[in-house]
Design a protein. Structure first.
Lengths: 324, 322
């Protein structure tokens, strides 16, 4: 959606919400509409210029901030937000049905009753159109791996703010680690479920793939999640990893999908059908594993440590197969 | 005048008016449209379209009994969200859906709008607790938004498609379905030039997709009975193949990882932190990638062709390494 359209939609909803809430706090409004204080100020300044034309005194909307509270008046005609748009309805419907199908997702009952209410309010024609659309859109959530057993335990721990003990098998060398983790939220990305939280072993924020958890146990200890947690921003930040190692790889056509699967900083075509990509790896180890799993279609170019590590690893691996 | 300001004023004017207003009256009151009446009309039509897309019910009606002139207004009884009598728990569940659909930059702000509408319609407050789980569907993206109506109305589409490592090619497709899998969106349908079922990843579309027969009305193709979008799409970026059994010798954590992915397989510990594992392989490519990613910690023992292929892939990489 374009920024302008999104802003118009927000304004037409923000005014009635503020009117119905009797001078809400700035922080409350920002939280509700997921905007910054600056965006709110800009919205109110724009509203201040609006009103029912005639433009005599008293025709214009009065909007502003006083003592940390938002006030809007002279906007009685905006007492109601506009109806739900078709796009909003279809998004809720498709995503709602997909979520209701996640095993261990937990909110199945509430989602199904909410979707039934959405459907019931439609005309017969719209209902048929909505069902047709739902038949045309298939959403496979990240359910194909053996993740589901842990989802329920993790959900309960997040709801009750209970610290977890994970037995976690990362792809790093060495045996699985036991770690205590404060679970914040679960997100889906690149075909997997991830748990984001504070790891007491690493003493920092970490993400854990659910299909690499060997076991999940509540510890009985409770924790406080950070107040300013933003799941959508945090998911992206955490996936990128704490520190970046700049890696350059030459991908042949068979491995070119990597360029759209991982966040690639730069990509340019090579002679032939290949592509040279630059990407940021969380660790050297991660980059080595990526090159290995793509073998022989990804050739490491930079940094030299990566090339060296791949060479050493390959020699060790090939030694296992000397017998044929 | 700022465009959004003009649109807000137009909504206010049409909501407040008790009778339909002609375009001349709107121009007169708003003072925001061009002097020249033809460009003013065009501008107004654009605004009207944009407001309707934002869900504003603008009605057209005759301005007098003889209906000589058309006027516009927003009926107050239509300008309100539906009262669905949603409970706070149902709203919280829908909020998870809204956030999943709008995941991505600015997603939370986009998700807030329908939620406030639904909550106010039902006379309850939007739950402010963060959802514990957010799949990232990114369905609110411009591409999905554009394609959805065409898929629903069964209209043929054309687009430039850039398969990995190839130059973009023009494609003509009857889109049977939109599919979200492994964090990406695909169009699944019949490739009209190649006359076969194909899937196309939306992130590889270049330029804008377009209707081929904009003048035609109604559906342009039928979706075959029993069509299943899920089975048309390859299960992983690599491809798919029938299930086979494989035996691997793996060390330490790699053994645990393989056992974790194949909970049904058997395991024999060899001591010295090594184990022999029998695993079911549904997707040969994905399995090879998993085995290879573990480096020297895993060795494929059987079947022979899989062992040979693993060795060949490793040695081919070794040969090209600088």
């Amino acid at each position: 959606m374009s920024a302008g359209r999104q802003r118009l939609s927000r304004l037409l909803v923000l005014v009635p919400w503020v009117l119905a809430h009797d001078e809400p706090r700035v922080t409350e409004v920002c939280e509700r509409f997921a905007i910054s204080a600056n965006e709110l100020v800009a919205d109110l300044e724009l509203l201040f210029l609006c009103g029912v034309p005639g433009y005599g005194p008293g025709d214009l909307i009065d909007a502003g901030i006083e003592g940390g509270r938002v006030h809007i008046s002279m906007a009685g005609y905006f007492a109601q937000p506009p109806p739900l748009t078709w796009k909003e309805l279809t998004g809720l419907y498709v995503a709602g049905r997909a979520l209701a199908a996640v095993p261990g997702g937990g909110e199945k009952e509430q989602l199904e009753s909410a979707l039934a209410k959405l459907e019931a309010a439609l005309t017969e024609e719209d209902r048929a159109a909505l069902r047709n659309l739902a038949d045309r859109v298939t959403v496979d959530l990240e359910t194909e791996h053996a993740d589901a057993p842990h989802l329920e335990a993790i959900r309960d721990a997040i709801h009750t703010r209970t610290r977890l003990e994970l037995e976690y098998s990362s792809e790093h060398r060495g045996s699985p680690t036991r770690r205590r983790v404060d679970p914040w939220f679960v997100f889906g990305a690149l075909g997997h479920w991830y748990l984001a939280g504070y790891c007491h072993l690493a003493e920092g924020e970490r993400v854990f793939r659910l299909d690499r958890m060997v076991s999940v146990h509540p510890t009985g200890e409770s924790y406080q999640p950070p107040a300013d947690l933003d799941p959508s921003g945090a998911a992206e930040r955490l996936l990128r990893g704490p520190s970046g190692i700049r890696c350059v790889l030459d991908l042949s056509r068979e491995a070119a999908w990597v360029a759209e699967y991982y966040p690639v900083k730069e990509s340019r075509p090579l002679a032939g059908a290949g592509v040279r990509v630059e990407l940021e790896a969380a660790s050297l180890d991660w980059a080595v594993r990526l090159v290995f799993q793509l073998a022989p279609h990804a050739v490491p170019v930079q940094p030299p440590e990566l090339v060296q590590a791949v060479r050493v690893g390959l020699d060790a691996s090939l030694a296992r197969y000397t017998g044929g | 005048m700022h465009k959004i300001e003009r649109l807000v004023n137009l909504v206010a004017l049409l909501l407040e008016s008790r009778r339909p207003l002609t375009l001349d009256e709107i121009r007169d009151k708003l003072g925001a449209y061009a002097q020249d009446s033809e460009s003013a009309r065009r501008m107004f039509e654009r605004d009207k379209r944009e407001l309707r897309e934002a869900g504003i019910p603008i009605a057209v009606a005759g301005t007098d009994a003889w209906e000589l002139e058309q006027g516009y207004l927003i009926p107050k009884k239509l300008y309100r969200p539906p009262d669905l009598n949603l409970t706070p728990a149902e709203l919280a569940a829908l909020r998870m859906a809204a956030l999943a659909w709008e995941a991505g930059a600015g997603g939370r702000a986009a998700a807030a709008v329908p939620m406030v509408k639904l909550a106010m319609g039902s006379g309850v407050d939007v739950p402010s607790a963060r959802p514990w789980i957010t799949p990232r569907l990114v369905g609110g993206s411009e591409q999905v938004e554009r394609l959805l109506p065409w898929v629903c109305d069964r209209r043929e589409i054309q687009f430039a498609y850039r398969a990995p490592g190839r130059d973009p090619e023009e494609r003509h497709v009857a889109p049977y379905a939109l599919v979200h899998r492994h964090g990406a969106w695909y169009v699944v349908g019949r490739d009209l030039d190649r006359d076969g079922m194909r899937s196309f990843r939306l992130s590889r579309f270049e330029g804008v997709t377009a209707l081929m027969h904009p003048a035609k009305e109604g559906p342009e193709f039928d979706v075959p009975e029993g069509f299943d979008a899920r089975s048309t799409l390859p299960s992983s970026p690599g491809g798919e193949s029938p299930t086979i059994r494989a035996r691997v010798r793996a060390r330490g954590d790699a053994a645990n990882l393989l056992a974790l992915r194949n909970p049904v397989g058997s395991r024999e510990d060899l001591g010295n932190d090594e184990a022999i594992l029998d695993v079911e392989v549904g997707d040969r490519e994905a399995f090879l990638r998993l085995v290879l990613s573990q480096g020297e910690a895993v060795e494929v023992v059987e079947p022979h062709d899989l062992r040979v292929e693993t060795r060949q892939r490793l040695s081919r990489l070794r040969e090209v390494l600088p």
